[in-house]
Design a protein around this ligand. Structure first.
Ligand SMILES: Nc1ncnc2c1ncn2[C@@H]1O[C@H](COP(=O)(O)OP(=O)(O)O)[C@@H](O)[C@H]1O
Ligand SMILES: [Mg+2]
Length: 333
């Protein structure tokens, strides 16, 4: 039974650093958020902002080499995953927490049939019989919309198209009925119909099992449709966090405003208007706000000290000197 008093996932000051020959970089820098049972948290941000690295840090898929360090706390039902032995982590991965990785090939083993790989989940984690596990795998393959599931189950990853492989990975991730699903751009490679079907499956998982979901996407339409809360990442930091309606109706951070402005309006054929300027280079970050160079509202203080993430309205947090306490500080100085 889940410990209902504790949040499903509580990430506190998660910081992932890499030692490179050009110095230390922090793709994830002091990231904190909570996912409750049944909640879908969207994580958005440009490519390179640290979204995948955040999910890999939670699952301890980074931090195992000498040059990599993951600090902070990842409390899963109150238990800090960063303190677990790899053996204990293996029991959690794929069962309690499933990952739909951005690149489906990294999750599929080329030497086993897709059906066998999916069947392994109930076989190992639920101690289902071989026959039952296989039947569950076939049913799962059907559920993700792969036709001729019985035949497909016997095939190997290389016999699947890219989109089908991605659906195979999704079937594997859902097969364990995870308490927490981390979906890293799960539908990017898929066409629109299949995309809608997969998002529906993710929503079903939440509705039927009360799982919590961390959904990484650059598709704000998906966020609007599926998520309860949204966190916006920029250069490894969360710069804004809010309930989904609030983020869309009242974006606060200039970067979030830029992201939303780049959305084409309904019926508008205009192309996306990208935010002017370049995404930051992690090797050359100042001590100030990483968005300062591109920010139309930049003030002197922004270039010197990074603003803290703080509340500005109920459940709405923003890291920007234009808001809250720090607004006054900035105006005083
Ligand atoms: N092994 C590594 N060493 C140093 N930097 C890395 C390494 N892997 C990823 N990065 C950097 O981490 C940053 C965040 O990457 P990632 O989490 O994949 O971004 P996103 O998923 O938001 O596109 C990127 O700037 C990337 O260059
Ligand atoms: Mg990524």
């Amino acid at each position: 039974m889940p410990d209902v008093k504790k949040p499903l996932l509580e990430v506190k000051s998660l910081t992932t650093s890499f030692r490179t020959d050009r110095g230390v970089v922090r793709p994830v820098d002091d990231v904190s958020f909570t996912i409750e049972y049944g909640q879908i948290l969207g994580i958005v941000g440009e490519s390179g902002s640290g979204k995948s690295m955040t999910s890999q840090s939670i699952l301890r898929l980074v931090g195992n080499r000498k040059s990599e360090k993951v600090a902070g706390e990842v409390l899963f039902e109150g238990q800090n995953l960063l303190e677990l032995k790899e053996k204990q982590m293996q029991k959690i991965r794929g069962k309690e927490i499933s990952l739909i990785a951005q690149d489906p090939m990294t999750s599929l083993n080329p030497v086993y049939s897709v059906g066998n790989q999916i069947a392994e989940v109930p076989f190992i984690h639920e101690k289902s019989s071989k026959k039952n596990s296989w039947e569950k795998a076939v049913a799962m393959i059907k559920r993700v919309g792969i036709p001729s599931a019985e035949v497909r189950a016997t095939q190997y990853p290389h016999e699947f198209s890219g989109g089908m492989r991605q659906r195979g990975v999704i079937a594997m991730a859902l097969a364990g009925n995870p308490k927490l699903l981390i979906a890293d751009e799960p539908t990017t490679a898929l066409d629109v119909t299949i995309q809608a079907q997969i998002l529906e499956l993710i929503r079903d998982l939440r509705d039927e099992t009360g799982a919590g979901i961390m959904l990484i996407t650059h598709d704000l339409g998906v966020v609007a449709e599926l998520c309860d809360q949204v966190a916006v990442m920029y250069a490894g930091k969360i710069v804004e966090k809010a309930p989904v309606e609030d983020l869309f109706s009242e974006p606060k951070h200039p970067y979030t405003k830029g992201l939303l402005a780049s959305l084409p309006k309904l019926g508008d054929k205009a192309r996306l208007t990208p935010i002017p300027g370049q995404p930051p280079n992690l090797h050359h970050l100042s001590t100030g706000c990483a968005f300062a160079d591109r920010c139309p509202f930049v003030m002197d203080v922004c270039k010197v000290v990074h603003p803290n993430l703080q509340e500005d309205g109920p459940e709405h947090e923003v890291a920007c000197y234009l808001y809250g306490e720090e607004e006054r500080h900035a105006n005083e100085s």
